[in-house]
Design a protein around this ligand. Structure first.
Ligand code: NAD
Ligand code: TYD
Length: 339
C-alpha cells in the first residue's frame, strides 16, 4: 500500500509517519508538506533514510503539482493532516485558514477522485462542535453533536468536514473523518499550550495563562491518536465520522502547575494575560463509537504521557531551540508583547 500523508512535517503528521513506518514496514509513505512555519524537516529526520519513505515539498492548494504527484505515485490512501492549526493565528489572519484547510482539502479530494483511491481520511478536530459548559460534566461531544464553531480555525475545519461528507455522498469518494481532542507529545510546535509552557519554564520566562486558566481541554497522547487513525484506515467504514478522545479533561491552569512541578520551577512564573477572543470553555469527547466498532482505547495515561513529553523536550532541546531562535521571536512578541 502507498500512503500519501499530507502535513507530515508537522506535529501529529510527523508522529503518524513514524508510527506507520514502524508498524507497517512493507508500506510506502509519501509525505507532502509545504513546510510552513509549522513544518519542520527535523521532525522527519528519523525517517529520512528509510527506503519506504519519501518527502515531497509542496502545497496542497497547488492543483497542478498535486495532480502530478498523484499521477506519478498513485497513492492507495490519502491521510490529510495538512492544515493551519493554531486558533490564535486564525484570529489574527483567517484567510490562510480558508485557503489551506478548505481549498486544500478540495484539491486533494478532486485528485483522489480523478486518480482513484481506496480511502481519503480527513483529520479533523473536536473544535468543530464548539464548546461545552464548564458546569455540565455530563455533556460530551458525540458524532451527532451539531457543528457549531467558534474560531476561524474551527470554522475552516468544519467547512472541510462538510465538503468531505459531500464528496462521499455525491461522488462516492470513500471518505472517513476523525475528530480528535487536543493532542500532546513529541514534536509539538512550541506555540501551543503544553510545549510553550515547557519551553518557557525551562527558560525561566513567564508562563502566559489566558483569562483565569479555567478552560478545559480533553488531552490525548499523540501516539494514541495515530493508532486510532491507523485503525480507521484499516477497519473503519467509508462515510463515517469517528470521535477520538481520552476521557482526560484538565483545566489549563492545572496543566501549567503540573509542568512547573515536574520541572522544579516556581508558580510565580505564571502570568495571567488577556483572554483569547471567543475562547471555547470546554471540550470533551465521547469516544464510545471508535471503541465499540474498532476496539480502540487510549493506552497512555496523562500522568505518564506528560512525564514522557517533558523528558522528550529535555532530551531534544536542539529541536525546539532552533524554532525559538527563528521567526518565532516575532510571532511571540506580536502575540504576547504588552498582552
Ligand atoms: P501542525 O500545525 O503542527 O502541522 C501542520 C503541517 O501542515 C505542517 O507541517 C505544515 O507545514 C503543513 N501545511 C500547512 N499548510 C500546508 C499546505 N498548504 N500544504 C501542505 N502542507 C501544509 O498541526 P498538527 O497539530 O500536527 O495538526 C495536524 C492536523 O490535526 C490538523 O488538520 C489539525 O486540524 C488536526 N488536529 C490537531 C489537534 C491538535 O491537538 N494539535 C487535535 C485534533 C485535530
Ligand atoms: P492551544 O494549545 O492553542 O489549543 P486549542 O486552543 O486548540 O485548544 O490552547 C490550549 C488551551 O490553552 C486553550 O484554552 C488556550 C490556552 N492557552 C493559554 O492559556 N496560554 C497560551 O499561551 C496558549 C498558547 C494557550
Amino acid at each position: 500500500m502507498t500512503y500519501l500523508v499530507t502535513g507530515g512535517a508537522g506535529f501529529i503528521g510527523g508522529n503518524f509517519v513514524h508510527h506507520m513506518l514502524r508498524e507497517h514496514p512493507n508500506d510506502t509513505i509519501i509525505c507532502l508538506d509545504a513546510l510552513t512555519y509549522a513544518g519542520n524537516l527535523e521532525t522527519l529526520e528519523p525517517a529520512a533514510k528509510n527506503p519506504n519513505f519519501r518527502f515531497v515539498k509542496g502545497d496542497i492548494t497547488g492543483r497542478p503539482a498535486v495532480d502530478a504527484l498523484f499521477a506519478e505515485t498513485k497513492p492507495d490512501v490519502v491521510v490529510n493532516f495538512a492544515a493551519e492549526s493554531h486558533v490564535d493565528r486564525s484570529i489574527d489572519n483567517p484567510g490562510i485558514f480558508l485557503q489551506t484547510n478548505v481549498i486544500g482539502t478540495q484539491v486533494l479530494m478532486d485528485a483522489s477522485r480523478k486518480y482513484g483511491i481506496k480511502r481519503f481520511h480527513q483529520v479533523s478536530t473536536d473544535e468543530v462542535y464548539g464548546d461545552l459548559p464548564l458546569d455540565r460534566p455530563d455533556l460530551l461531544f458525540t458524532e451527532t453533536t451539531p457543528i457549531h464553531t467558534s474560531s476561524p480555525y474551527s470554522a475552516s475545519k468544519a467547512a472541510a468536514d462538510l465538503l468531505a461528507a459531500a464528496y462521499f455522498r455525491t461522488y462516492k469518494l470513500p471518505v472517513t473523518i476523525s475528530r480528535c481532542s487536543n493532542n500532546y507529545g513529541p514534536y509539538h510546535f512550541p506555540e501551543k499550550l503544553i510545549p510553550l509552557m515547557i519551553a518557557n519554564a525551562l527558560n525561566d520566562k513567564p508562563l502566559p495563562v489566558y483569562g483565569k486558566g479555567e478552560n478545559v481541554r480533553d488531552w490525548l497522547y499523540v501516539e494514541d491518536h495515530c493508532r486510532a487513525i491507523d485503525l480507521i484506515l484499516r477497519n473503519g467504514t467509508a462515510g463515517e465520522v469517528y470521535n477520538i478522545g481520552g476521557h482526560n479533561e484538565m483545566r489549563n491552569i492545572d496543566i501549567v502547575k503540573l509542568i512547573l512541578k515536574e520541572l522544579g520551577k516556581p508558580e510565580t512564573l505564571i502570568t495571567y494575560v488577556t483572554d483569547r477572543a471567543g475562547h471555547d470553555l470546554r471540550y470533551a469527547i465521547n469516544p464510545g463509537k471508535v471503541h465499540r466498532e474498532l476496539g480502540w482505547l487510549p493506552e497512555t495515561k496523562f500522568a505518564d504521557g506528560i512525564k514522557k513529553t517533558i523528558r522528550w523536550y529535555l532530551d531534544n532541546r536542539g529541536w525546539w531551540e532552533n524554532i525559538l531562535s527563528g521567526e518565532y521571536q516575532q510571532y511571540y512578541e506580536k502575540m504576547y508583547g504588552g498582552r
